[in-house]
Design a protein around this ligand. Structure first.
Ligand SMILES: NC(=O)c1ccc[n+]([C@@H]2O[C@H](COP(=O)([O-])OP(=O)(O)OC[C@H]3O[C@@H](n4cnc5c(N)ncnc54)[C@H](OP(=O)(O)O)[C@@H]3O)[C@@H](O)[C@H]2O)c1
Length: 128
């Protein structure tokens, strides 16, 4: 099984680390500085940490949007996401990371103007 390194112990680290521990990945470790040739995959930023920590509600998969340039690295991250009981959704190259960042603004707009709380997730409804 892969080793998952998580930097810090903040809200997102605790949420993802908690899911990873439940899925059998074991203790978290503080990552050493990534090597210069490390592949970068953007993931997990479109959910509130408490939503991730709670995990998917039955019948409502939690979609984790990912972006990156390396297909193998994306496949590994996707497999990790699936092992946590979440659903990976590939959005394309790393350039899409800036689009995923805007999901935060979308969430804030929903909180302020329609949903009025933070217990929701942004995801994809597959209609066929
Ligand atoms: N919370 C959410 O719901 C949410 C949702 C989507 C995206 N995000 C994003 O996820 C990231 C983490 O958010 P969070 O809520 O988990 O924040 P957090 O609870 O404030 O935790 C931040 C963590 O990062 C560490 N850290 C800060 N600066 C560092 C540095 N220079 N080198 C190494 N570690 C450093 C902190 O360590 P120390 O405590 O030792 O300073 C802490 O463990 C942010 O970029 C945030 O925008 C958060």
């Amino acid at each position: 099984m892969s080793t998952i390194s998580i930097i810090g112990s903040g809200g997102m680290a605790a949420a993802i680390g908690g899911l990873a521990a439940k899925a059998g990945f074991g203790a978290q470790e503080i990552a050493k500085a990534a090597p210069a040739d490390a592949e970068v995959i953007k993931a997990f930023n479109t959910h509130f940490s408490h939503v991730l920590a709670a995990g998917p509600v039955e019948g409502h998969p939690l979609d984790v949007f990912i972006a990156g340039d390396d297909a193998q690295a994306k496949a590994r991250v996707s497999a990790f996401i699936e092992s946590l009981g979440l659903r990976p959704m590939d959005t394309g190259p790393l350039l899409m990371a800036r689009t995923l960042e805007h999901a935060c603004l979308l969430s804030l707009g929903l909180i302020a103007h329609s949903v009025k709380h933070t217990h929701f997730s942004i995801g994809v409804s597959l209609l066929g």
